[in-house]
Design a protein around this ligand. Structure first.
Ligand code: ADP
Length: 372
């Protein structure tokens, strides 16, 4: 029986559990706390920055993979050097640790992306600004940002004085996108790659709130373009497991890469119900070098809505009562304002109805009750 270890005990690890059970895979999760939401599969608690803790966890594993991208590269390299099968590999994961490194790697591969430049102590800020087309532009902390924290639209350098004091800041042209998309797929160590059609992601305050799958009204050329970008990145940087590519769609139909994730991604939650194979099962298949599952859709359309703060039991009951076909996922987290606490998925043949049901159910769940 294959034994897969997952670093991180969040909702992504939690949602790998059903796929592991179905495939007869033993899943062991290394968490920061025994109460993390992947609790049913947690077998070790420790510090993911510690090579020693992780080395002990890797005893008896066939493969080590991740629910987050925070394990330091030096620790990953030490694990690899000691013979652990780490997927994705440290060289690929390193791109997700630093947005400037990711931009430089994508530039080398000639992948379309927003104009960008790094603002650092040794650079003339005005020259750097010219490279991204002037103000307003987007400033990003290269390391440690998530869910829009570490991203600011700026009108002047005074807006990021605090960040400039810390070190390098990534500047990007402010893309006037018509919508945001995500292209997901999975790749096995030998190179075989299977993808889903691109989805539309909707963000509120820099956080994903809704996903529409597949993206509505995408031309065949853009659908193929998104698929090609995903496959090229996966192959050229040797990603194993799920790759999620966040994209901007511009008014003239050009796709630009915003970000990469090398693990199951919020934009792929919809596939648990919508696709024959969920992204979680596909990730386990890919990292254990098992044939990938079909990504055929079970319905024409699916919509996922995130639930923030906490999952209110009364609201869940009301959604279940009114929408028996909607699937509710609770991450079993203690409530906290703004926290991703769960999601729901509606699917069906007519996008207007699927959207309406998902949004109505989402509004019932996002009561604000846990917002402080
Ligand atoms: P995080 O890593 O925190 O998720 P992202 O780099 O994905 O940050 O940015 C968060 C959101 O900010 C994006 O989903 C998008 O809406 C907006 N954004 C990021 N970069 C740009 C850009 N260059 N132009 C316009 N909007 C941007």
């Amino acid at each position: 029986m294959t034994v897969i270890g997952v670093v991180g005990g969040g909702q992504l690890a939690r949602m790998m559990i059903p796929g592991a059970i179905n495939l007869g895979i033993t899943l062991r999760v290394f968490a920061q706390s025994p109460d993390d939401c992947a609790a049913p599969a947690i077998t070790a608690v420790g510090d993911f920055r510690s090579a020693e803790d992780l080395m002990a966890f890797c005893e008896g594993l066939d493969v080590l993979t991740f629910d987050h991208e925070h394990v330091p590269v030096a620790v990953l390299e030490a694990l690899e050097a000691s013979g652990v099968s780490v997927y994705p590999r440290s060289a690929a994961l390193a791109l997700t640790h630093d947005k400037t490194v990711m931009r430089a790697a994508l530039a080398q591969l000639d992948i379309p992306q927003p104009r960008w430049a790094v603002l650092g102590a040794s650079r003339n800020p005005e020259e750097v600004l010219q490279q991204v087309g002037g103000f307003p532009c987007v400033a990003k902390l290269p390391i440690g940002g998530y869910d829009g924290k570490g991203v600011r639209v700026i009108e002047s350098f005074a807006d990021i004085e605090d960040w400039m004091a810390l070190g390098d800041v990534l500047l990007e042209e402010r893309v006037n996108f018509v919508r945001e998309l995500a292209q997901l797929g999975a790749r096995r160590p030998g190179g075989s790659w299977v993808s889903w059609d691109a989805v539309e992601t909707v963000q509120a305050n820099g956080v994903c709130s809704e996903v529409i799958a597949p993206a509505v009204g995408l031309t065949e050329a853009m659908r193929a373009d998104a698929a090609r970008i995903g496959s090229r990145i996966a192959h050229d940087i040797d990603v194993v497991g799920i790759l999620a590519v966040e994209l901007f769609e511009t008014a003239d139909g050009v796709l630009l890469v915003n970000e990469l994730a090398m693990r199951p991604h919020n934009s792929g939650h919809v596939f648990t119900e919508l696709s024959v194979t969920s992204q979680f099962e596909q990730h386990l298949r890919a990292v254990s070098d098992f044939p990938l599952g079909a990504t055929t859709l079970r319905a024409a359309h699916g919509v996922m809505v995130n639930i923030f703060g906490g999952v209110d039991p009364d609201a869940a009951r009301s959604v279940a009562d009114n929408y028996p076909a909607i699937k509710i996922h609770s991450y079993d987290k203690s409530p906290r304002p703004g926290r991703k606490a769960g999601h729901l998925v509606a699917s069906g043949s007519q996008i207007e109805f699927v959207l309406q049901d998902a949004r109505d159910a989402g509004a019932r769940m996002n009561t604000g009750r846990y917002d402080g």
